[in-house]
Design a protein around this ligand. Structure first.
Ligand code: IVH
Length: 674
């Protein structure tokens, strides 16, 4: 291909990719399949490799790149990034409204834009001639840290603004909030914990942490999202109202939240606030209040700002998902990897509709830093579905406190002397410690592993405590008669558990691998490993080099895997499991078996060939699970006509979507003709 031809093609590809990026990440309504998109992207990459001089910084291929930085530069904001005056009480909102009306006079027609208060990290983005040229954290409000390489990895941030709806001014400095969607946050924490690292306490910390990585590759591995809501400064653009600002931002292809509303009374503000409270757990990202903004920008000028916050805006916060309670006791709890975690047993309190009676204290350094002791009064926080955390101790002057918490010297479960590994305290008795065995049982039975129905935490501990399971393989030898007399069991439940174990003993390779609890190996990488090696035997023989050929396996993980299979006690356990206790469904057979075993489907919108009920029955008869809510664990969302929000959610979570034709194709692949 000639250079000139290549240039034309490169430009066309970029135009198409930007268009699809916008539909996918900003509008949540894609037009093409992931495969079609990938083809465009690959073609562009190939051409840019062949003609390196055609590469431009705003090319969609340039989101992740560059070397890690030594430090961040300092960037002065185009205008101060103020914070908001805030309060959770309706009276404070009334007072705010009165102040506004008084300042603007009795004649003024007061309108407010209401927006959700996004719980993330505030950033400034600068576009010059439509090109993203700078990005900064809020910092002290006047100066922040330059984080453009990290911001470029956020797929929802356009590297170049769109000009088809509205001209792009020469200079635009914008303010928005970088957030992490709840599903991405949960996945990230799962991964961190699998790697033996500390999880983040909430999505805000995770988002802020991802933005402040010196290595943009790390930021890229932590999916972030953004909503823009303000123009800090602009050359060549003027708006009359906040509503118009939001519209302009949208026209330029930026991601703008879809919950804002225009109102003119305190009553409507209160209504909006309670509506947000009610929807808080369903919108997929954390919000912590409603922001009230005067719509008229000229009126804003007249009201002005204090040095900290504008007088024309107010954050009507939610009541915090935090409560105060007392630490009754601090226990040391041993997990499946032997790590000992201090756990605060609390006087039960209700936080946001859930009763909380225990909260993690993470590790000994954390307990010491927060100086938490038995008997202390503490603030406990619950963010979404995350394990409750002890945030801080409340000072109680005059009260005599108990002794400092000390980690036990020996394992509370097996008595082995504990050792220290970095901030962690660990029981080294991996194979014979009952608490670790119970932890491994719970993990083996968990959803992404063998998914054993009836094997919850309590049952696992009971089985180990009663010595019915002394090694992992014993689980598969259980008979109902051994269980009936146990606390909480009767004939029926004993039979059910054994049936659940039996059913789970035909396991897909990747589930089995994940269930083994090999250090560092999470559910996702277990799938890649299973696809690559196709049998336990091949994997057992694999060298570190061979393992690293698998997508997602680095040198550290490869070393752990080889080490795991070399350990004689692991070998024995594995042999016992595979000697008639667990039957592995290897990936090849999975496809030939013509089943949809283990796949999770969500159906939405109208289908033509069959009713949704019929489709559900058909899918279930092939072993699929059909559920109503889309989550990151969903494998396919089948979208018929007018699919609605489930479809949007699927795209946001990266779940594969199928139209009716796609579903028929999938069924045909499995040998089912409809
Ligand atoms: S407006 C001068 N709108 O809340 C106007 N802020 O202190 C300043 N925030 O740090 C901000 N959602 O990062 C505005 N829809 C929203 C917001 C929002 C979240 C953050 C902002 C600021 C904090 C308030």
């Amino acid at each position: 291909m000639e250079r000139k031809q290549a240039q034309e093609r490169v430009e066309e590809l970029r135009r198409q990719i930007r268009h699809h990026d916008h539909l996918y990440y900003v509008e949540d309504s894609p037009e093409v399949s992931d495969e079609a998109y990938d083809r465009l992207f690959r073609e562009l990459k190939r051409l840019e490799e062949r003609f390196p001089d055609l590469l431009t910084p705003d090319s969609p291929t340039q989101r992740v790149g560059g070397e890690p930085l030594d430090s961040f530069s300092t960037i002065e904001h185009a205008a101060p990034m103020l914070s908001l005056d805030s309060d959770p009480s309706p009276e404070a909102v009334e007072r705010f409204d009165e102040r506004v009306r008084k300042a603007l006079g009795p004649e003024a027609e007061v309108e407010y834009v209401l927006e959700p208060k996004l719980d993330g990290a505030s950033v400034e983005l600068v576009y010059e001639d439509g090109l993203l040229t700078s990005a900064a954290t809020r910092g002290d409000g006047l100066r922040g840290e330059g984080i453009i390489a990290n911001v470029k990895t956020i797929a929802a941030v356009p590297l170049r603004l769109r000009e088809d709806e509205r001209p792009v001014p020469p200079v635009l400095s914008l303010r928005g909030e970088v957030i992490m969607q709840q599903s991405a946050f949960e996945k990230l924490n799962e991964r961190l914990m699998e790697e033996g690292r500390e999880p983040f306490a909430n999505p805000r910390n995770a988002a802020a942490g991802a933005l402040r990585q010196l290595d943009p590759q790390i930021t890229a591995s932590r999916p972030l999202d953004i909503y823009l809501y303000d123009i800090l400064a602009a050359e060549g653009f003027e708006a009359d109202s906040q509503w118009e600002v939001l519209e302009a931002l949208r026209d330029w292809g930026l991601r703008v939240n879809d919950l804002p509303r225009l109102v003119d009374s305190v009553e409507q503000i209160l209504e909006y606030h309670s509506d947000l409270v009610a929807r808080r757990d369903d919108i997929g990202y954390e919000i912590d209040g409603a922001v009230i903004k005067l719509n008229d920008l000229a009126a804003r000028e007249r009201m002005g700002s204090t040095s900290h916050h504008p007088r024309w805006a107010f954050a009507f916060k939610f009541e915090p998902r935090k409560e105060v309670t007392r630490v009754a006791k601090i226990l040391a709890s041993v997990g499946r990897t032997g790590v000992v975690t201090p756990v605060a047993m609390l006087r039960p309190v209700e936080i946001g509709g859930v009763t909380v009676s225990r909260a993690t204290l993470h590790n000994r350094e954390e307990v010491a830093r927060k100086d938490i002791r038995e008997g202390d009064t503490v603030r406990v926080e619950r963010a979404g579905d995350v394990i409750p955390q002890v945030v801080e101790r409340l000072p109680q002057p005059g009260r005599k406190r108990g002794p400092e918490f000390r980690m036990p010297e020996s394992c509370p479960s097996c008595g082995t002397k504990l050792i220290e590994r970095g901030p962690f305290t660990v029981c080294p008795n991996s194979f014979d410690c009952p608490a670790q065995l119970a932890g491994r049982l719970i993990h083996l039975g968990s959803r992404n592993a063998l998914d054993i129905e009836g094997l919850g935490e309590e049952t696992a501990r009971l089985l180990v405590g009663e010595k019915l399971v002394e090694h992992l393989p014993d689980l598969f030898d259980l008979e109902p008669e051994q269980l009936v007399d146990l606390e909480g069991f009767a004939q029926k439940s004993a039979e059910n558990l054994v049936a659940g174990i039996d059913k789970a003993s035909h396991a897909e390779l990747h589930r089995f691998l994940f269930g083994l609890g090999i250090p560092e190996v999470g559910a996702t990488v277990a799938k890649s490993i299973a696809r690559h090696f196709r049998s336990v035997e091949a994997l057992r023989r694999a060298s570190e080099e061979e393992l690293q050929e698998v997508d997602g396996v680095g040198p550290k993980m490869a070393e752990q895997i080889v080490g795991f299979f070399q350990e004689p006690r692991n070998q024995k356990i594995l042999d016992q499991l595979l000697e008639g206790r667990v039957e592995i469904i290897e990936p090849d057979e999975e496809i030939e078996a013509g089943s949809l075993e283990g796949l999770k489907f969500v159906l939405t919108g109208g289908l033509e060939r069959f009713s949704r009920g019929e489709a559900k029955e058909l899918l279930e008869s092939l072993g699929a699970k059909v559920t109503s809510a889309v989550s990151a664990k969903t494998d396919y969302v089948v979208a018929g006509s007018d699919p609605g929000s489930k479809y949007d959610k699927a795209r946001k979570l990266g779940v594969t979507t199928l139209d009716e034709q796609g579903l028929l194709g999938l069924l045909a692949d499995k040998g089912v003709d409809v």
